[in-house]
Design a binder for this molecule. Structure first.
Ligand code: HXC
Length: 258
């Protein structure tokens, strides 16, 4: 499908999705969020795709939800349409791994979108923030919940209450991003990480994603129990047999997603 606000490209087994509203620093309007949900649904259904990279431009991953679209919204319209909610849920329902490759601004809904991905690789120019308070609103796509889980209450409160931005170095120190790379290397590093993931069994990668995400949803005891069952279940796969045989035979595993 052709998109108005995204550029989608599949190379080998990696689907690269680029947010593309340069005139508005990739501000997320309802069309873009819906298209992104659609692109991820297509990537999920495409057997060729084994990992997804979501990125923006050098200047902005996304500078937030589109303020001009929200400015005239009434409470009733926001409530009845539950703006962005269904498409955001479709984004987080994606079972294949998604890497956010963030350069420049990741603000408000942009920061929230990056946090919906499985991990964030940031360029050294990345700036994260939840400045909604400056507009008289709060975050609305998970920012108060996810940022708090990533960086803890004190820093999350600081970000949400003051609206200040966090640079890449602070974001890495705080655990928001997994690694920081020079801006010119961002796409290359993210694609290389995705390629590494694409070499694994998709079945195992999905199981890993589900198990790690469970840690956000439940108690330690329940999470460990879930992980044990997932661990047991993976012994029913051909990929487990292949992975361990390859290790013993000192060769690369040839996973077949079976
Ligand atoms: C709509 C936006 C935008 C946004 C930037 N633009 N951010 N348009 N929504 N969120 C537009 C500007 O209006 C401008 O358009 C163009 O992009 C370039 O932006 P400038 O401000 O001229 O660039 P610069 O001076 O470099 O400043 C960059 C910036 C600033 C610091 C990122 O643009 C900014 O503060 N943006 C708003 C950030 C924000 O508040 N985000 C949170 C939104 S609320 P023109 O036409 O003038 O050239 C949110 C809620 C999520 O995200 C909850 C969802 C449920």
């Amino acid at each position: 499908m052709a998109f108005e606000t995204l550029i989608v490209d599949i190379t080998d087994h990696v689907c690269l999705i680029k947010l593309n509203r340069p005139d508005a620093l990739n501000a997320l309007n309802t069309e873009m969020v819906a298209e992104l949900a659609e692109a991820l649904t297509e990537a999920e259904a495409n057997e060729k795709v084994r990992c997804i990279v979501l990125t923006g431009s050098e200047k902005a991953f996304a500078a937030g939800a589109d303020i001009s679209e929200m400015a005239e919204l009434s409470f009733v319209e926001a409530f009845l349409t539950d703006i962005y909610a269904r498409d955001a849920d479709r984004i987080t329902a994606t079972r294949k791994p998604i890497i956010a490759a963030v350069s420049g601004y990741a603000l408000g809904g942009g920061c929230e979108l990056a946090m919906m991905c499985d991990f964030i690789i940031a360029s050294d120019s990345a700036k994260f923030g939840q400045p909604e308070i400056n507009l008289g609103i709060c975050a609305g796509m998970g920012g108060t919940q996810r940022l708090t889980r990533f960086v803890g209450k004190s820093k999350a409160m600081d970000m949400h209450l003051t609206g200040r931005f966090m640079d890449a170095e602070e974001a890495e120190r705080a655990g928001l991003v997994s690694r920081v790379v020079p801006t010119r290397k961002l796409q290359e590093e993210a694609m290389a990480a995705a390629q590494k993931i694409a070499e694994k069994s998709v079945v195992t990668a999905m199981a890993v994603k589900e198990a790690v995400n469970r840690s956000y949803e439940t108690t330690l005891t329940e999470g460990v129990r879930f992980e044990r069952r997932m661990f047991n279940a993976l012994f029913a796969t051909e990929d487990q047999a292949e992975g361990m045989a390859a290790f013993k035979e000192k060769r690369e595993a040839q996973f077949r997603d079976k």
